[in-house]
Design a protein around this ligand. Structure first.
Ligand code: ZN
Length: 188
């Protein structure tokens, strides 16, 4: 497995539509594993391939590492699964949740999404299956990550003003990281 770099918004590569995967071969499985490793290293619960600059319809998700509805959180990896070529079959109702994104560090905003969803997808084993989720972190996460495959981020659900403020902070953050990389600045 290999750790990949997560792109930070704004980045033109995050605005492109990803392409269907089709058959799951060794290269796709390797990509799945890299995505999981990258997601856990960044402390995320979901990651879409475009976030590491790969325009393929692949999502890694593990929301069970977070405690929910009185249940204890599970160990990283126990709730891990991948959605390859996901298709939304049903979306109804509304659910508001405060979202963040690994491509937009330290920014959290309320987003309204479907409450009840049914999604068809291919697993890492190549089998087609169905997932149903109801007004939980899982239903939010699946919709958030599926947005990434369409070149859409959670800030695209916000007002233009909020999006602009976040864009400015991200540009500053990227400039700072770039300076650190070049050795021109040091975070102490
Ligand atoms: Zn995201």
């Amino acid at each position: 497995m290999a750790l990949r770099e997560i792109l930070i918004w704004p980045d033109p590569r995050l605005k492109h539509k990803a392409k269907p995967v089709g058959d799951v071969d060794a290269a796709v499985r390797k990509l799945c594993d890299d995505m999981a490793e990258t997601m856990y290293a960044a402390n995320g619960v979901g990651l879409a391939a475009p976030q590491i600059g790969v325009l393929q319809n692949i999502i890694a998700i593990d929301v069970e590492q977070r405690a929910s509805q009185g249940e204890e959180p599970k160990k990283k990896g126990e709730g891990l699964f991948w959605l390859i070529d996901p298709v939304l079959k049903l979306g109804e109702g509304e659910f508001v949740y405060t979202e963040g994104c690994l491509s937009i560090p330290d920014e959290y905003e309320e987003v309204t999404r479907f409450g009840h969803i049914v999604v068809e997808f291919t697993g890492r084993d190549g089998k087609r299956r169905k997932l149903e989720a109801n007004s939980t972190l899982l239903s939010v996460c699946v919709q958030h990550e599926m947005d990434h495959l369409q070149g859409k981020l959670f800030v695209d659900h916000l007002s233009a003003l909020k999006r602009e403020l976040i864009r400015r902070r991200m540009k500053k953050l990227k400039a700072q990281r770039e300076a650190e990389r070049k050795g021109e600045a040091t975070a102490l």
